[in-house]
Write a protein that binds this ligand. Structure first.
Ligand SMILES: [Fe+2]
Length: 216
């Protein structure tokens, strides 16, 4: 016995076949869980990302900084455990600034609010800064060193895969940008100074976070 197909069902089958080839379009949001730092974390991400709260509950705060209804959220649960040093799982998440100048302007702004990166890393393909939020989650701000996705991909595929980057001095780069050195000049220097990972980078990225509140 053959199944009879209506024209509507045939059209729906085509739409479903096309839809099944679609991939996710973006990362929608990051939700963090905390034991008792709900407001502290919300304040931190408000400054770091220039985000604003869009929904504030007694134990949850959602923030956005762009056209997404919520990009970052914080859930507070009283039964959340102490962070284990070197626990497996998410290492960090990253947000892209529209340009290298925008990255350093943000650096200057958040620094004035007391937020400084623990690891400024030149990844070659990106200029990056890594921060610890008040709960020890790692968050990266980055700017692409390539305008063109294909050129960026070729760079990533061509460099030493064992290198995760080299350190740079963000204060020095900021000062140079502010003195009039072109963004393109800074980017070229970032690309050409990318090389084997140094010991300091490995130490910084593998170091366990210590909660400043811990007394032991
Ligand atoms: Fe990263």
């Amino acid at each position: 016995m053959t199944l009879s197909t209506t024209p509507e069902a045939a059209a729906a089958a085509e739409r479903f076949a096309a839809a099944a080839r679609q991939r996710p379009t973006q990362i929608a949001h990051i939700i963090l869980r905390t034991r008792d730092r709900l407001q502290e974390l919300a304040d931190y991400y408000s400054v770091l990302l220039d985000a604003k709260p869009v929904n504030v509950g007694p134990n949850n705060i959602f923030l956005t900084f762009d056209d997404e209804h919520h990009r970052v959220g914080i859930f507070q649960f009283p039964n959340v455990a102490e962070r284990l040093h070197n626990a497996p799982g998410l290492d960090h998440f990253a947000f892209t600034l529209p340009s290298v100048t925008a990255l350093f302007a943000r650096y200057e702004k958040v620094k004035a609010a007391g937020i400084t990166p623990f690891a400024p890393i030149n990844h070659g393909v990106t200029t990056s800064m890594y921060f610890y939020d008040p709960d020890g989650n790692r968050v990266e701000l980055q700017a692409d060193n390539f305008d063109d996705t294909q050129a960026a991909l070729e760079f990533v595929e061509s460099v030493d895969p064992s290198s995760i980057g080299v350190l740079y001095d963000p204060q020095e780069v900021l000062a140079r940008l502010k003195s009039g050195v072109s963004e393109q000049q800074i980017i070229e220097e970032m690309k050409s100074s990318f090389g084997p990972t140094t010991f300091e980078v490995i130490e910084l990225v593998s170091a366990p976070w210590t909660d400043p509140r811990r007394r032991d």
